[in-house]
Write a protein that binds this ligand. Structure first.
Ligand code: GDP
Length: 325
């Protein structure tokens, strides 16, 4: 039985990746933070299944700044594959908490690489990188060789991690890869990200539970894809013969207005009647023109992004309507 270790298993991507790997017959080990309240709603359906929890799915306490514990776990579990998804993932929040963002996202990756360096049998590993490393790119769409130009603390931290993966691959022969992911969403997306904020608001407004929706920069444009499809790319990246970096994106750029049209349209509402703006949701600096070219992943991994932003918005609203009704 193949074994995989996932850091950040309780996040959106971690939960979808866990389902994918279990379905493929893996034994899955996840690292979780020790906190007094255990809210792991995205994994609850797996915990409550006695044929899965502590049979093929195991959780271990290890903070990403605790190299000793991570080393001990890796020596004991001896996974063939490591999926490094943990980190502070909110761009807006990274302006408020830059030090801890860099501690977890940048140093967390380096620390993991250093632990792997000493293992007698080194597993293959991938890191979830981000389109935020491109920040304000000179070219669109972006691919694996687009120069990095981050404009947020999160983007800088991910740029560090992305380059460090390349250094360990080139200098120490690691099978280490970057999945340079553009925004990817789902009904499991955290509620502070704009897509989920919108899908929840559309559902709540339709059901009479909310009156309006307050957003920041309505001019934002993003390349939004569907998270379950992106975790399939992570798996494909580690099955390929050689380690490499891959842009994982849909290749389509949409405005926040497009997303609002599709989300509110799914419940027959007109978003212009409900949306307000407040500078408190604006960022000190915004990324521009982020749209990915996934040609390398399509050609090399036979990976395909199927779900595009309008369909994604509708499926998220449908989910939130069903959950709230
Ligand atoms: P990000 O691309 O990883 O930062 O994902 P987000 O979902 O947090 O933000 C996507 C875009 O939506 C950014 O350009 C934000 O500035 C913009 N945006 C506009 N209003 C909001 C809001 O109320 N919340 C968030 N999170 N983003 C907003």
């Amino acid at each position: 039985m193949r074994k995989a270790l996932i850091t950040g298993i309780s996040g959106q991507d971690g939960s979808y990746l866990t389902e994918l790997l279990l379905a493929k017959g893996y034994e899955v080990h996840g690292l979780v933070r020790r906190t007094s309240s255990t809210v792991r709603t995205r994994l609850e359906h797996l915990f409550s299944d006695p044929s899965i929890y502590n049979e093929t799915l195991f959780l271990h306490y290890a903070d990403i700044d605790d190299a000793t514990t991570i080393r001990r776990l890796l020596m004991r579990i001896q996974p063939q594959e490591v999926y490094h998804l943990a980190g502070q993932s909110h761009v807006g929040a990274s302006f408020e908490i830059p030090e801890s963002t860099c501690e977890f996202t940048a140093m967390g990756t380096l620390r993991l690489l250093e632990v792997l360096r000493d293992l007698p049998e080194r597993p293959r590993m991938m890191q979830i990188s981000s389109s935020e490393i491109f920040g304000r790119p000179a070219v669109a769409p972006q691919n694996e060789s687009t120069p990095l130009n981050p404009v947020s603390p999160y983007g800088v931290a991910k740029a560090f991690a992305t380059h460090m993966i390349r250094v360990y691959r080139d200098s120490f022969g690691f099978f280490a890869c970057n999945a340079i992911c553009f925004n990817h969403e789902s009904p499991r997306r955290g509620e502070s990200f704009v897509t989920r904020k919108i899908s929840l608001a559309a559902a709540r407004i339709k059901l009479g539970l909310q009156k309006s929706l307050t957003l920041g920069n309505l001019d934002a444009q993003r390349d939004w894809g569907y998270a379950p499809e992106y975790v399939d790319a992570f798996w494909r990246i580690l099955q390929h013969d050689t380690p490499d970096d891959y842009v994982i994106a849909t290749g389509q750029s949409h405005t926040l207005g497009d997303f609002l049209d599709a989300a509110f349209g799914a419940v027959d509402l007109n978003w212009q009647d409900y949306v307000r703006t407040d500078p408190k949701y604006m960022r000190p600096a915004e990324s521009h023109q982020l749209v990915g070219n996934p040609a390398h992943a399509i050609k090399t991994l036979d990976w395909h992004p199927h779900t595009k932003a309008p369909e994604l918005a509708a499926l998220m609203v449908e989910h939130d309507m069903a959950a709230l009704s």
